[in-house]
Design a protein around this ligand. Structure first.
Ligand code: HDE
Length: 726
């Protein structure tokens, strides 16, 4: 550590770090950030002159060297080493994208343990409450390529790298607790089926196609997972509002050598919330970076997302007490049988300095565990332990763990050597063990109790390509999940299946899938079949058992009610009432909501009583009505003002803004004459408005804004569904 601090000091002295870092230093610096400083370069005006990669100063990057005459444009000369270097570097800028989870974004933070668990594990990070362990988290979609949209229907990756004092620990999880397949050997087929089809490379970042659903039908084990993926979990409102699950079964090892099976959980402080499907579809075009920007913006504004860290544990010896195999990754451990114990928390409080160097080059491995944490015979996990190391070698090269973002904050000492892009210079005469100098001995040689020790597991068996007998049951937990959803969540599953299967144009695919749905719930199957052209099944071999389990529905995770960090659009036009606007904006800001002023044009908007001819006394909006859409905001507020309301009422896009927000179940606020405007825009057949004339509080679907004065009215859809309201 002292070396790291010294390096930091040097870097600070040399002013090599950016000003923002200095501002945030106290709140957001940790051991890993300090470790990154020596590799962090900033360009300060007046201090640096451009150089080549070999350090010589450059005096012109606008003109390729040419053999040119006084009146003619001569040929460009290949001898221009400066131009050649620039082009060569550019030509090789891209590295292969991740074969899955290519699209993602990440941030730094820390993990803090609240409750030590020495009875379960020796892991320092799970025992020492005084530590703030640095973490880097990368969130991702699975199927789309690097440039695809954020809000597509997909599983989200939730990969956490802990830079512990005992080495790197990666929990490479998802926002859904189960997986599509049970055995890693099927992964290539699964991914091929999910990705764009081979003959035309269509569709991008979508599972709504024949191959995906063909695979789902042919793999009954996928039924549980696709039900989750078709639920609101597949279209999260924000990475900040997702649960995370380690999915696979790991083990913990205590000082007595006792082993416990464990599953890891992340539970978001903000609750679990989703978009509605129409919103997700529109956002994919209107703002493909919606999730990426949301995380960045929240962290920049100091709204650091936070998750509780939980564990579910089953003592060794008790693993057979369940009607499912606890090593089967297509099954959850229902929380009424195995409760989640919350023992720590994680906060993300710092954006990356450079996306490529950090977020793109970060690389995770399920095989990266620390002493006290181990694996199980979960066949998906065992395959993953092989796959991640292998993929990093092909994507980043054999020395990928030397990259700044991937290297641990504790010392690395071994005799792994050489390879492309090795950055380490090892002193000494030997590069093998044992050696005459006894340099870098393994732990068991020098009696180091802190070394990783493999649990001495008793093994007996016959070599065969099989899985355990309980792996054969595929529908019980799909039913359990479906039954546990609220009515509106169930209807969203139905609509999602309707959308996906109607994008399949081969009857064998949607007809078979319509049958399969009967293994979840016959009435679901009948409704979907009718929608998509399947044959509504009359019977099923697997009738729904009707059981439910707690905490499978996301409505069970409302989170802390808050409008902090929520994006609120404030609509105005010329003639708006400035006093009201100022009061409302101040009230929203006091609650730490992010407000954005939207008007018919991004030019000065003048309040009532101010003559535009003066050119002063107006307000500059953040965006105009065409530039941003209601989809990008959590709530909208329409400010009063006779002329302003008239203008908005006659503006088709403004009316659409209000209607669309209403259709997406968002909170809509209005005052004075703007209330009429909202009512006129939204009163559509079958939709009712509740108008609370007396409320002094503005209640949104996700929180309560207190302290507003007098006239604030509440406009809310009677159909608001809290879990899905963004
Ligand atoms: Fe992955 N997975 N996976 N996966 N996975 C990758 O590794 C793989 C699985 C997950 O942000 C790859 O670095 C196999 C389950 C995340 O960088 C690759 C199997 C879960 C990420 C790979 C699985 C995940 C990956 C591609 C089946 C949830 C992104 C690039 C046995 C628990 C990590 C890479 C990041 C990435 C293999 C199944 C989560 C190819 C073989 C189950 C979050 O190695």
């Amino acid at each position: 550590m002292s070396g790291v601090f010294q390096r930091l000091q040097e870097s600070l002295n040399e002013a090599k770090i950016s000003a923002t870092h200095k501002v945030n230093e106290i709140a957001t610096t940790n051991e890993k950030i300090l470790d990154l400083y020596p590799n962090t370069v900033s360009f300060d005006k007046g201090k640096h002159t451009m150089t080549t990669d070999h350090g010589t100063k450059i005096n012109d990057v606008d003109h390729w060297l040419k053999a040119t005459g006084p009146d003619s444009q001569g040929p460009s000369l290949l001898e221009d080493q400066i131009a050649r270097e620039r082009i060569h570097r550019f030509d090789h800028e891209r590295i292969p994208e991740r074969v899955v989870h290519a699209r993602g974004t990440g941030a730094h933070g820390y993990f803090k343990l609240n409750e030590p668990i020495p009875e379960l594990t020796t892991a320092g990070v799970l025992n020492d409450t005084s530590r703030a362990t640095p973490v880097f988290v990368r969130f991702s979609t699975v199927a789309g390529s690097r440039g695809s949209a954020d809000t597509v229907r997909d599983v989200r990756g939730f990969a956490t790298k802990f830079y512990t004092d005992e080495g790197i620990w990666d929990i490479v999880g998802n926002n859904i607790p189960v997986f599509f397949i049970q055995d890693a050997i099927k992964f290539p087929d699964f991914v091929h089926a999910a990705k764009p089809e081979p003959h035309n490379e269509v569709p991008q970042a979508q599972t709504a196609h024949n191959n995906f659903w063909d695979f789902q039908y042919l793999h009954p084990e996928s039924t549980h997972m696709f039900t989750w993926a078709m639920s609101d979990r597949g279209i999260p409102r924000s990475f900040r509002m997702m649960q995370g699950f380690g999915v696979n079964t790991f083990t913990l090892l205590n000082a007595e050598g006792r082993r416990t099976f464990v599953k890891f959980h992340w539970i978001p402080e903000l609750g679990v919330h989703s978009l509605v499907w129409d919103e997700a579809l529109k956002l994919a075009g209107q703002d493909p970076d919606f999730h990426r920007k949301d995380l960045y913006e929240a962290i920049e504004n100091g709204f650091y997302p936070k998750w509780k860290f939980g564990i579910q544990t089953i003592a060794e010896g008790e693993e057979d007490n369940f009607d499912f195999d606890i090593l089967d990754a297509t099954k959850v451990w229902p929380e009424d049988l195995v409760p989640v114990r919350e023992i720590g928390e994680m906060v993300l409080n710092r954006n990356v300095d450079e996306f490529f160097a950090e977020t793109e080059q970060v690389a995770f491995c399920t095989s990266h565990v620390v002493p006290g944490v181990g694996f199980s015979n979960d066949p998906l996990l065992q395959g993953r332990n092989f796959s991640y190391q292998d993929t990093q070698i092909s994507r980043l090269g054999v020395n990928w763990e030397q990259l700044p973002i991937n290297r641990p904050v504790c010392p690395v000492m071994n005799f792994n050597r050489d390879g492309a892009m090795n950055h380490r210079i090892h002193k000494g005469k030997v590069n093998y063990w044992p050696n005459r100098f006894e340099a870098a001995p393994p732990g068991n040689y020098n009696g180091d109790a802190g070394a990783y020790v493999e649990h001495a597991t008793k093994m007996a068996g016959i070599k065969a390509r099989v899985n355990g007998p309980k792996f054969k049951e595929h529908y019980s937990q799909a039913q359990l999940f479906y039954n546990s959803l609220s009515e509106h969540e169930k209807s969203h599953v139905e609509q999602a299946l309707g959308f996906e299967l109607s994008h399949c144009d081969e009857p064998i695919v949607y007809k078979r899938m319509s049958e399969r749905l009967a293994d979840i719930d016959i009435s679901l199957a009948q409704r979907v079949a009718k929608m998509v052209g399947g044959d509504p099944p009359a019977t099923t071999k697997h009738p729904n058992h009707g059981l439910k389990a707690p905490r499978l529905s996301q409505t069970e995770f409302p989170g802390k009610p808050t409008i902090k960090s929520r994006r609120i659009a404030m609509l105005i036009a010329d003639g708006f009432d400035m006093a009201t606007f100022t009061a409302v904006r101040a009230a929203l800001k006091a609650q730490q909501a992010s407000t954005f002023v939207i008007a018919p044009r991004r030019g000065m908007i003048f309040p009532a009583g101010v003559d535009p001819a003066t050119g002063t006394g107006g307000l500059m909006p953040d965006h105009h009505l065409e530039g941003q859409r209601s989809t990008m905001f959590d709530a909208i507020y329409i400010n009063p003002g006779t002329q302003s309301t008239l203008t908005l009422r006659e503006n088709g896009r403004a009316v659409h803004w209000v209607r669309e927000a209403f259709g997406h179940l968002k909170a809509i606020g209005a005052l004075g004459d703007a209330i009429d405007f909202v009512q006129q825009a939204c009163v559509l057949p079958g939709v009712a408005l509740a108008l609370d004339q007396n409320s002094k509080d503005v209640v949104t679907s996700y929180g309560v804004v207190t302290g507003w004065n007098a006239d604030v009215k509440l406009l809310e859809s009677t159909k608001i569904e809290p879990s899905t309201t963004a």
